[in-house]
Write a protein that binds this ligand. Structure first.
Ligand code: AKB
Length: 326
């Protein structure tokens, strides 16, 4: 592995899973904030274009490699995003557990040993299960997940709190809802339809949805998700009362409501419904989330409602389409 040395900076940030849906956008935002050279993107893929900033191929299951990179690059902060999501996790439960849990333990251990300043790790609304309240599911509601992804996120939350309590590690976490973005595809989750639908609407004019028309789920537009992450990480430690993971809410809607909203911009767009195995996962999750603890502790408030999000997604996808044909 080629190591370059970065000098004289307060924060040196390493992001795992940097090529994924959140990573793609979070790395950009972190680089805008902290400078391109101070944010090290890593992922399991080989990436050749490093014009935007440093990139290393890293298998985060290899703790030795992770520790070497952290130590040699003087890393102070890790954003650990690499994970298998809910739908893909059910195809290979043991593999998903191994990746999601062992990678988190590797990051927490390296952060403890190397005395890192902060760690960010995303949890998910998938920690909730059929026994949790459907509406305005609270911060301390019962977490009895039915997916291996949800089980790994629930266990991960306990580990984060443990490392904070036992070792004083400043690890912070958000329970992301389904995330919607125009610049990166979702990857193997149950909420992916809310991203796919836009691409199909723009490119094909129709979409076959794998969830039923009335399946209401909590979602969040990526600019809000990125801002929430940066705001949580900037919040004074003494204001944080949750060291497992904060509930985070944005917009709750059904596939039918989303399709109607898209129709207002693309009148010829049509949707059909062909529920598959992902329906059971969606049915096990809350329809809406109560995030008042995040609002109270660090001032969280989402900016995008359903109409704003749809308009912004279509504007960007239209621009991408024109760029591609230019
Ligand atoms: C998924 O659908 O698995 C994710 C999530 C809600 O965490 N988007």
């Amino acid at each position: 592995m080629q190591i370059i040395t970065f000098m004289n900076c307060q924060k040196m940030i390493l992001v795992t899973g940097a090529c994924g849906q959140i990573g793609t956008e979070l790395v950009k935002a972190l680089r805008d904030k902290h400078g391109n050279q101070n944010v090290i993107a890593t992922d399991i893929r080989d990436v050749t274009d490093t014009s935007d900033g440093p990139y290393f191929r890293l298998d985060v299951l290899d703790r030795g490699e992770l520790q070497k990179l952290v130590s040699e690059l003087n890393i102070t902060h890790i954003y650990h995003l690499a994970a298998v999501l809910s739908a893909n996790g059910e195809k290979n439960p043991i593999g998903a557990w191994d990746l999601n849990m062992q990678s988190l333990l590797n990051v927490l251990e390296v952060a403890r040993i190397e005395n890192l300043q902060q760690v960010f790790w995303p949890s998910s609304i998938a920690v909730f299960g059929p026994e949790s309240p459907k509406e305005l599911c609270g911060q301390y509601a019962l977490t009895e997940p039915t997916t291996v992804y949800g089980i790994s996120k629930a266990a991960g939350e306990h580990w984060c709190r443990y490392y904070h309590q036992q070792y004083g590690l400043d690890v912070r976490s958000l329970r992301y809802p389904g995330l919607i973005s125009h610049s990166a595809q979702a990857g193997g989750g149950t909420t992916d339809y809310a991203v796919d639908i836009f691409h199909q609407a723009v490119n094909k004019g129709s979409y076959a949805c794998y969830l039923k028309d009335d399946t209401r789920l909590p979602m969040l537009y990526m600019p809000d998700a990125v801002r929430a992450t940066l705001e949580l990480m900037d919040a004074p430690a003494e204001q944080l009362t949750i060291r497992s993971s904060y509930n985070l809410a944005g917009i709750s809607f059904t596939p039918e409501q989303l399709a109607i909203g898209i129709n207002a911009h693309l009148p010829d767009f049509t949707i059909s419904y062909q529920p598959d195995k992902r329906q059971a996962i969606a049915d096990s999750w809350p329809a809406s989330i109560d995030d008042k603890q995040a609002a109270k502790d660090w001032g969280w408030a989402p900016a995008y409602d359903l109409q704003d999000m749809i308009a912004d997604m279509l504007l960007h996808l239209d621009t991408h389409a024109h760029e591609n044909f230019a």
